[in-house]
Design a protein around this ligand. Structure first.
Ligand code: BG6
Length: 459
């Protein structure tokens, strides 16, 4: 065996509520921004497919967890749907409590450790109506929601995450138009990001007060920024991209402080959010125990070459350009570069600059269109996915051997699920979901390959 991993390594996969639960309006679940957006603008969604049914985990979770066990998982991350758990009148939805309790208990009975994330892009609509993350009151609502989750489930769940990729709602909802409310306004975006960061620290403070003996962290898409060259303008471009898109959440989460350079940038650009001195103390005193890192692709950047016009809105890309590197390896279905060494580079960054804090690869994966054509005797032979995982794990292994505090690897995702921008176009799962045949689950070749890897703790 060439690549050996520690005995207690976390092997599994990740998911999110809106993308896999389905049952969007069942058992008193409230609308979230995705349900609402689909209702008013279905044509914004790939092939007009919205989040109504997704993969039906709400109905099939027992079968799904049994399959996870059969396929060797020792851990699985899912998110709680805030709009399912907390009703618009602030009361707790008992049917949602029963559902999540049963999911958690079934996982534990099957020796699969539940990792729970509290927010995966799905703001309840009743809170978006009062401004979503722009409104400080929503931070308080989130703090209460987090405390309720810890009180309800924290006796059994020992790994908690406050957010998944908090930069994404900022980037896509307030600096771009892919997520509701689809606004482009840098100042409002900074307020949103700031409030999300504060909400994370407040959730951590609630968790610590309860003394439940588990760990709490945050999941960040740590896309490493690589400059086109060592020329000054390229290095500056990569620094500013890293500062805004990575360090804005990573630094306060781990070090308890926003980078001084980011604060200066925000001041210079007149983008300072509304904040209080007490907030800064809360962020300082409530750093994470561990982080989850989602890694899909590198970010290649170069100094600004395209012309910024006077009427262009100010966005992070006003300060750098993306660099389309010739000859790069690419997943043509998603259009994302495949650069396995990124896992190693980001691990070394965490080791050297972030106190060698415990972390795990919380998402990595490959979305492929038209997997049916790879079917042999009814099973998808996804050798490309096996290769993708294997090559990334080689670099994860190298990072481990060089002293990085890497605790596990989760694939995105267990079974094919619905994507915010692409619905069911690109499939990521270990398990095929036949959406035209009662959401039937059929494990792909990679699922068995991964099972073998887990059994051997390496390959
Ligand atoms: C991650 C998200 O960034 O990427 C997931 O946490 C998402 O929610 C995944 O589905 C894959 O991206 P996409 O856009 O292909 O669905």
């Amino acid at each position: 065996m060439n690549y050996k991993f520690p005995i207690e390594f976390w092997w599994g996969s990740a998911s999110s509520a809106t993308q896999m639960e389905g049952a969007y309006n069942v058992d008193e679940k409230e609308q979230n921004i995705w349900d609402y957006w689909y209702e008013i603008a279905p044509d914004k969604f790939h092939n007009n497919i919205g989040p109504k049914d997704t993969s039906n985990f709400y109905y099939k979770y027992k079968e799904d967890i049994a399959l996870m066990k059969e396929l060797g998982h020792n851990s699985f991350r899912f998110s709680i749907s805030w709009s399912r758990l907390i009703k618009a009148d602030n009361s707790v939805n008992q049917k949602a409590v029963d559902f999540y309790n049963d999911v958690i208990n079934t996982m534990i009975e099957n020796n699969i450790e539940p990792f729970i994330n509290l927010f995966h892009f799905d703001m309840p609509m009743y809170l978006q109506e009062i401004g979503g993350w722009e409104n400080r009151e929503v931070v308080t609502h989130y703090q209460n929601y987090a405390r309720i989750c810890f009180e309800l489930f924290g006796d059994r769940v020992k790994k908690w995450f406050t957010h998944n990729e908090p930069i994404v709602p900022v980037e896509f909802g307030y600096l771009g138009v892919h997520h509701y409310p689809a606004i482009v306004d840098f100042k409002r975006a900074v307020q949103v990001g700031y409030h999300m960061m504060l909400s994370s620290a407040l959730a951590i403070s609630e968790y610590r007060k309860l003394n439940l003996g588990g760990e709490i962290g945050i999941i960040i898409n740590l896309t490493p920024s690589y400059p086109r060259s060592n020329r000054k303008e390229d290095l500056e471009a990569s620094n500013i991209a890293d500062l805004i898109l990575n360090r804005s959440f990573l630094d306060p989460s781990v070090h308890g402080e926003f980078p001084m350079e980011l604060i200066e940038f925000v001041k210079q650009q007149n983008l300072m959010p509304i904040y209080t001195k007490e907030d800064i103390e809360i962020i300082k005193n409530n750093t994470v125990d561990l982080i989850g890192v989602n890694y899909y692709q590198p970010r290649r950047v170069k100094g600004k070459e395209s012309i910024v016009k006077a009427d262009d809105s100010l966005t992070p890309e006003s300060f750098f350009d993306f660099y389309d590197m010739p000859g790069k390896k690419i997943n043509p279905h998603r259009g994302w570069e495949i650069y396995e060494k990124g896992i190693y580079d980001l691990s070394i960054n965490i080791r050297d600059n972030y106190k060698n804090i415990p972390f795990f690869i919380s998402e990595n994966g490959m979305g492929v269109e038209g997997e049916d054509k790879f079917k042999v005797n009814g099973r998808i032979e996804d050798d490309y996915r096996i290769e993708f995982i294997r090559e990334h794990l080689k670099y994860a292994n190298k990072a481990l051997n060089e002293g990085c505090n890497l605790k596990g690897y989760h694939l995105w995702t267990f079974m094919d699920n619905w994507s915010w921008l692409n619905a069911y176009k690109n499939r990521y799962g270990f398990v095929e979901v036949d959406i035209n045949n009662e959401f039937k689950r059929i494990p792909k070749k990679s699922a068995y390959w991964f099972k073998e890897l887990i059994l051997n703790n390496g390959f």
